[in-house]
Design a protein around this ligand. Structure first.
Ligand SMILES: [Ca+2]
Length: 550
């Protein structure tokens, strides 16, 4: 049985990057940054252990590129494809959410806590020109108009409410977007993408983009706000199941259920949304940063969370529901049920206007009853997959034990506006703990944010935040145009107290190197590069693999 399940998972993984289990957290909200105290990236870094302990397996983080209004922009109006909070432009170096190095630290700590990081990606548009559709960027030396992937009027298409829609039929735009996307994920060491306003991006371009280089390995979920059939057609047929999508149609039904005061017909939840058509591609949610501002669900939200965390699909919990709206204990319990019990396909056992009973029939499985009536407790006999004369517990903690009869049937009672979640009594499930190193690449080039190596002067090539007593492993590539015998590239790493913990020189015969060094203390380590007798600044690709603290 175990072997069979493993094979099944391996088979599913082979044609799609969908998570087979796990719970995503939308790790921000619209007003997350107060303007005081540590940056959002640093707050997330310090909370990643708590979130991992609660059972979250991935964090959807806000846009990483700086927006047109600098520190005021949440990032949905990106300006420069190569500014992660590392260039002094739009009035600030850090983005709204923090600096590039803080972002890399947050990703590293999320990895150390076993979680995946999903970037909110805007690939549809750019913003911040002064009416002329001209986009000129700073380079690594702070010079204007010398940055990579500058844009002009020909690089944009139709008008677009949130900025300039990119011209996806320009070979320059297509090629540069893919390279910038790959640079971003290699720089940060992230695992996934959430594509903003995917509706405005031609499927052929998006497919091309997501199957390019390192971008191919990124689990991807689209924001494609549309009806069930249109979303399903886009992700399944046009994108060949390469991506999933946020389940807006299901969100709508759950919202109507929660606010319906019992008048919602629970039968509608059967086969609702993308979940009802392609569960492996559905990312289910109850609220997000946009819906919370405009159409928030106020009542009975627990029923929505109970539904998404016991159903198929990949559930995503909204930050404010977890932290601000007092749903943390409920959600922690539901995450445990999701990870420990709610496995396998779905069987509907009862459905009428008020009561929906369904079962996840994998091992160990769960029998869920939900009642949207605001006044009446519902009691019914239903079939289960647990077998004859088995003791079941309500793992939501509300009801006591019950026993199946000789035919595996059971009588359940669901109080008004409540749910129950039964499985075999006595299940002791521990949320799995894992920890990963992170690999982040530091590219030094004149037209990027990290300078190339220049003669006679060590320059900052970035920072990493490392767990004491672990090793930093690096791979280094560099360009050797017209190097002389005496030309050298010198790489070094310094601790927070400016001790050089590693320094190596590389001459013209090498071009590629690797090594490792022990980090004795937990803290920031600074990467530096210099050259000697180089005929021109030296471009480098310096890859660091390290363990961050939990
Ligand atoms: Ca009803």
């Amino acid at each position: 049985m175990k072997g069979f399940r493993y094979l099944l998972i391996a088979k599913l993984m082979s044609f799609s990057l969908m998570a087979q289990a796990g719970v995503m957290l939308q790790a921000f909200h619209w007003d997350a940054v107060s303007g005081q105290g540590p940056s959002w990236w640093m707050q997330l870094a310090s909370q990643s252990q708590e979130l991992s302990d609660a059972g979250f397996t991935s964090l959807w983080i806000p846009p990483v590129l700086k927006g047109a209004s600098g520190g005021y922009s949440r990032g949905y109006d990106p300006f420069d494809d190569y500014d992660l909070g590392s260039k002094d432009q739009r009035g600030t170096i850090p983005t709204h959410w923090g600096s590039r190095w803080e972002l890399q630290r947050m990703v590293a700590q999320a990895r150390a806590n076993g979680m995946q990081v999903i970037i909110d990606l805007n690939v549809s548009h750019r913003a911040g020109d002064s009416g002329d559709k001209k986009y000129l960027y700073k380079n690594a030396f702070g010079q204007d108009g010398k940055g990579r992937f500058q844009k002009g009027p020909m690089d944009f298409g139709d008008d677009f409410p949130f900025g300039r829609l990119l011209n996806f039929y320009s070979p320059y735009v297509r090629a540069e977007l893919k390279q910038a996307g790959e640079w971003m994920v290699k720089s940060l060491g992230t695992q996934g993408l959430r594509v903003d306003s995917a509706k405005h991006i031609p499927a052929d371009f998006l497919s091309d983009y997501l199957n390019y280089g390192e971008l191919q390995k990124q689990y991807t979920v689209l924001e494609h706000w549309d009806n069930q059939n249109t979303i399903n057609d886009y992700v399944k047929n046009k994108m060949n199941s390469r991506v999933g999508a946020f389940d807006f149609p299901l969100w709508n039904d759950l919202k109507e259920m929660s606010s319906g005061a019992g008048f919602f017909d629970m039968r509608r939840l059967q086969r609702s949304g993308l979940l009802g058509m392609s569960p492996e591609l559905s990312v289910t949610f109850v609220e997000n940063h946009d819906t919370d501002r405009a159409y928030a669900t106020r009542n009975n939200k627990h029923l929505g969370y109970a539904y998404i965390l016991t159903s198929e699909g990949y559930p995503c919990v909204f930050w404010k529901d977890y932290y601000d709206y007092q749903m943390k204990d409920l959600i922690n319990n539901l995450i445990w049920i999701h990870e420990g019990l709610a496995h396998g396909p779905t069987e509907y056992r009862w459905a009428d206007n008020d009561l929906l009973v369904y079962e996840r029939t994998g091992e160990p499985g769960v029998l869920v009853g939900m009642n949207d009536s605001s006044w009446e407790t519902r009691t019914e006999w239903v079939q289960t997959h647990f077998g004859a004369n088995v003791e079941l517990n309500d793992y939501s903690g509300k009801a006591g034990s019950i026993w199946t009869d000789g035919q595996g049937r059971v009588q359940i009672s669901v109080p008004p506006n409540q749910f129950v979640a039964y499985s075999r009594a006595g299940i002791q499930f521990q949320l799995p703990k894992s920890s990963y190193k992170v690999t982040q690449e530091f590219f030094g080039a004149e037209d990027l944010d990290i300078p190339p190596a220049v003669n006679g002067k060590f320059q900052n090539a970035g920072y990493i935040y490392v767990q004491g007593g672990t090793s930093i492993e690096w791979d280094l590539n560099y360009e050797r145009n017209a190097w002389k015998d005496s030309t050298k590239l010198i790489a070094r790493i310094l601790s927070e107290d400016n001790q050089v913990i590693m320094q190596e020189s590389y001459g013209p015969s090498v071009g590629w190197a690797k090594g490792s060094v022990q980090a004795s203390k937990t803290g920031w380590y600074r990467l530096e590069m210099a050259a000697e007798n180089a005929p021109s600044p030296v471009k480098f690709w310096w890859k660091q693999t390290y363990q961050a603290p939990r």
